[in-house]
Write a protein of this length. Structure first.
Length: 208
């Protein structure tokens, strides 16, 4: 089963690449969106810096409905719920045609291992082509992403994204950090980097 498709930095297969979107979203109680000013204001050629999940937590509920999934033969089933209460959950919205999405899979799985149960990483596909999605999962190594939740194209996908506060045709990848109570802590637009690990670790471990 699959869950929904969107638009990645690299675009769909055969589409010219788009500039990577590194904006980081956070909002306070008013719901106003804040972007990472340091990254956005960097001059051309200057190194960009950003702080993931800056600002007040969104405190927005994650949709509670059941999700479809797709898996390579022999992969363990994921269940129809993406979040298990009691631990932080990192949800990566991706698609098989999105190269930055694929490139960051080992990094995200490595974060899960390094944080030793404090963070669960889950993948949510927005693919429209189920065959392409399944081929991608089948190509993953034994320790890679062999199964993914899926939002197939349609009203269900649009409603799920809208409930989280993500546009229905997002530029992938998009990251969602969910707190142990099942609420959306923050949304990150764009691929993550090695340097983002310490910030994520501080959040899930309750460090300032």
């Amino acid at each position: 089963m699959l869950l929904v498709g969107a638009g990645c930095d690299q675009g769909r297969a055969g589409t010219p690449g788009l500039k990577r979107n590194e904006a980081v979203l956070a909002s306070g109680p008013s719901g106003a969106v804040q972007r990472d000013a340091a990254s956005a204001a960097a001059a051309p050629g200057q190194a960009r810096t950003r702080t993931l999940c800056a600002g007040a937590p969104l405190a927005r509920p994650l949709p509670a409905g059941r999700l479809a999934q797709a898996a390579a033969p022999g992969a363990l089933p994921l269940g129809d719920r993406i979040v298990t209460p009691g631990a932080w959950t990192w949800i990566s919205l991706w698609a098989a045609w999105c190269k930055p999405c694929i490139d960051e899979i080992p990094r995200l799985l490595g974060w899960q291992t390094r944080l030793n149960g404090a963070l669960r990483v889950r993948f949510l596909s927005l693919d429209d082509d189920e065959r392409q999605l399944r081929r991608m999962l089948e190509s993953q190594p034994a320790g890679g992403m062999r199964a993914s939740h899926w939002l197939p194209e349609g009203r269900g996908r649009d409603a799920w994204l809208a409930a989280v506060g993500i546009k229905t045709e997002p530029t992938l990848p998009v990251q969602i950090l969910v707190n142990p109570r099942g609420g959306v802590h923050c949304i990150v637009e764009g691929a993550i980097e090695d340097g983002d690990f310490e910030r994520v670790a501080a959040i899930v471990q309750g460090r300032p």
